[in-house]
Design a protein around this ligand. Structure first.
Ligand SMILES: [Zn+2]
Length: 307
């Protein structure tokens, strides 16, 4: 896998104009005819705005309209650079790092990070299949803005799942993940782990023919009966990590990556933004092994604006 180095990046996107050209091309393809007047034409770059003008009818096109770059005064080359950083780091880029790298305010840096996460949160419609592993993990820990009843419920939920290798879920936000062995992941932040909600996610994301592994949590008791999966459980509380074809190492590997990203890079993450960080981890996980192509894969998402 060839690497996409900072040198390659700088050579490819040396200026704002080149970045805008790239966005124009991603949004409109190689335009030979004007979308407005339908004449065969070429387009003139308007240097004072982020726009291109049809040489026949003078209509202006703004390729950043509707994209994450629409309302930004930050140079496009800075945006591209941060996207480059996003795709070349293992555990992501914090707002603090963006702030330092670009010399912008923390607020601006924070917003940029989230806009880029917005860009990569695209849904892959294809169902997961083959060997698929399910598991839950918990993030956060402060029970802010929660009623006593909710605290009590969370505590009871945690106690009910005590067999889950003592993972402390009290007051934390659950994330449910489904991962193909050697394949793709889907992960969802949930207000609570509820069987019906979890089973709905499974139904919507996993092909019926999948062979499913989970741990011994009672949450998964009816996967076979209710959803028809071939299903095996490993008993973690009895230090069992593999039972024939069944094991949950893949999904646990994904969760350790989420943990490294959230704890290692972002330090703390509010519940409100947790899904977008989880999406970032899922994106990086799903595109691992693409090497230098990941930057282009992120940029390509611009094509899907308005879909
Ligand atoms: Zn025209």
């Amino acid at each position: 896998m060839t690497k996409y180095t900072i040198k390659d990046f700088r050579a490819q996107y040396p200026s704002d104009t080149v970045c805008l050209d790239k966005i124009f091309q991603l949004r409109y393809g190689k335009l030979t005819h004007c979308p407005e007047c339908a004449e065969e034409t070429t387009f003139k770059r308007i240097s004072t705005r982020r726009s291109y003008q049809c040489r026949k009818c003078y209509t202006q096109f703004y390729p950043t309209a509707g994209t994450v770059f629409e309302k930004t005064r930050t140079p496009l080359s800075d945006w591209f650079f941060i996207i480059y950083m996003f795709t070349t780091t293992r555990n992501g880029v914090s707002a603090k790092e963006i702030e330092r790298a670009l010399g912008v305010t923390y607020k601006c840096a924070f917003r940029m990070g989230h806009k880029i996460r917005e860009l990569i949160s695209g849904i892959d419609p294809e169902m997961l299949k083959g060997f698929v592993e399910f598991d839950e993990a918990y993030s956060g820990g402060i029970m802010k803005n929660k009623s006593n009843a909710e605290r009590k419920e969370a505590r009871e939920l945690a106690e009910g799942q005590k067999q889950r290798i003592g993972r402390n879920s009290d007051g934390k936000t659950p994330i449910f993940a489904m991962v193909e062995r050697m394949g793709r992941v889907r992960a969802y932040v949930m207000p609570k782990i509820r069987k019906e909600a979890v089973y709905k996610l499974i139904k919507d994301n996993v092909d019926r023919t999948a062979i499913v592994s989970t741990d011994e949590s009672r949450l998964y008791d009816n996967l076979n009966k209710q959803l028809g999966f071939e299903h095996g459980q490993v008993n973690h509380s009895a230090s069992e990590y593999k039972k024939g074809i069944f094991c949950t190492n893949t999904v646990e590997g994904f969760f350790s990556q989420v943990k490294r990203t959230i704890k290692g890079t972002h330090i703390s993450v509010s519940e409100k933004y947790l899904q977008s960080y989880v999406n970032e981890c899922a994106f990086r996980y799903n595109n691992r092994g693409t090497g230098g192509a990941m930057f282009g894969i992120v940029l390509d998402q611009i094509k899907h604006v308005g879909e």
